[in-house]
Design a protein around this ligand. Structure first.
Ligand code: C5P
Length: 406
């Protein structure tokens, strides 16, 4: 995810560190949270101070770090109350096995567990990023504590699987800072698609001419990937069928990679009938070379260019819209002129309830865009913005239409 976004603008977070080697990642986490627009108040346990100094975290967060419940800087001497009243959320990263055990018991013998207990539970959510050796994570005591903490309303982010500092491999790694920022951003988004499933196509397709050449287009896939992230943030189960693009898969999204339009068609059709929503953002090639040459086509010295016979590709969106019980279908229309007229005509031709128009040359590969929503009632523009912000707004529009079918 782009860390220079402002997805957490205006959020005030308490970031708690308990003792664990993953504390070294928390320094980078502070940087990324601040880059995403949040303000961060760091609180450390004594154990955390054995791994990283408060000075590092003060320098990165721009605020003195709290380490003691007896901190005399607070006029009323109640840092546990004051810090948690100001926060939009408390994130403990790393959350050690011992810290989780203490939280599960409601202990309050040092500042971080004390402020977790003292926070207004309805208004100030608690998120935990566990970090520990795989045996410690798998131990029934830790699993019992994790279940208890969830039952008490905490959200657990991770842990991840992989190489551990102790040299073992397994579950227990703290999520990477960029993953935690992505999870936190998602956490704050309204869950307007909770319980829904969403299938999205994205990117260009690649239609081979011979083993080394092909026909493709300038779609970057950014809009489709932003929509996949926004739908997942909104609580949906998301499947993303992607043409050849160099983009990271948004967290929690199931991705199927394809190359050609026919592969995309084959991937989409079996999945589509069981979805609530289908969003076709892919710039699918309308035609493909009728035959793929087995070997590279060579110049023959005649000066004559080879002619390539073309065949029409299946229209994936129209095929999904024709299913007996289709998902709610959303198409995209990338035009170079007369956007509204072309989008209206395309919506009717494809038999879909909603189409989103944009000007192809103005959007392909860029980070921002302007969208024109066209449905049976009329049209509405979503003014120019970043693709992620536009994607979130489009997801809200789709969720609204699902709830209020016309
Ligand atoms: O017909 P046109 O390509 O302009 O339509 C664009 C819309 O239809 C987009 O939503 C695109 O993803 C979808 N489409 C498709 N299969 C095709 C061509 C377009 O799903 N073969």
């Amino acid at each position: 995810m782009a860390t220079n976004s402002t997805d957490l603008a205006g959020r005030h977070l308490v970031l708690g560190l308990s003792g664990g080697i993953a504390c070294y990642k928390s320094a980078e986490l502070v940087r990324q949270l601040i880059q995403a627009g949040a303000t961060v108040q760091v609180v450390m346990t004594e154990g955390a101070e054995a791994f990283i100094t408060p000075i590092t975290l003060q320098a990165l967060s721009g605020r003195p770090v709290y380490t003691s419940q007896w901190d005399a800087r607070e006029p009323n001497n109640m840092p546990h109350i004051n810090l948690s009243r100001e926060a939009d959320a408390v994130l403990v990263a790393p959350a050690s096995a011992d810290f989780m055990a203490r939280l599960a018991q409601g202990r309050a013998d040092e500042l971080l567990s004390l402020l977790c207990l003292a926070r207004p539970i309805e208004r100030c959510p608690l998120l935990l990023a566990p970090a520990m050796n795989r045996e410690m994570w798998a131990h029934p005591a830790t699993q019992r504590n994790a279940a208890q903490l969830r039952a008490d309303g905490a959200t657990l982010l991770g842990p991840d699987a992989g190489d551990q500092a102790c040299g073992e491999v397994g579950d227990g790694r703290m999520l990477e800072p960029e993953d935690l920022v992505e999870e936190l951003t998602a956490f704050f988004q309204p869950k307007v698609l909770a319980g829904r499933s969403v299938l999205i196509t994205a990117g260009p397709t690649y239609e081979a001419i011979d083993p080394v050449r092909g026909i493709t287009n300038r779609s970057s896939g950014k809009m489709g990937f932003a929509l996949a992230r926004a739908a997942r943030e909104a609580g949906a189960r998301v499947t993303l069928v992607a043409g050849p693009v160099a983009l990271a898969t948004p967290r929690g999204v199931a991705r199927v990679d394809v190359h050609s339009a026919r592969q995309m068609h084959e991937a989409v059709l079996p999945l589509a009938a069981s979805q609530d929503v289908f969003i076709a953002t892919a710039a699918v090639a309308d035609w493909r070379p009728a035959e793929v040459q087995e070997h590279k086509i060579k110049k023959d010295g005649s000066g004559q260019a080879p002619s390539i016979a073309m065949a029409e590709n299946p229209d994936i969106l129209a095929a999904v819209a024709r299913l007996p019980r289709p998902p709610y279908c959303v198409g995209f229309a990338a035009e170079s002129r007369e956007l509204l007229a072309h989008a209206q005509a395309k919506r009717e031709r494809k038999g879909i309830p909603l189409i989103v128009g944009n000007l192809g040359p103005a959007t392909f590969g860029r980070d921002d865009n302007t969208l024109l929503l066209v449905d049976e009632h009329g049209h509405r523009e979503i003014p120019t913005g970043g693709k992620q912000a536009l994607a979130r707004e489009l997801v809200r529009e789709i969720a609204h239409r699902l709830k209020n079918p016309t």
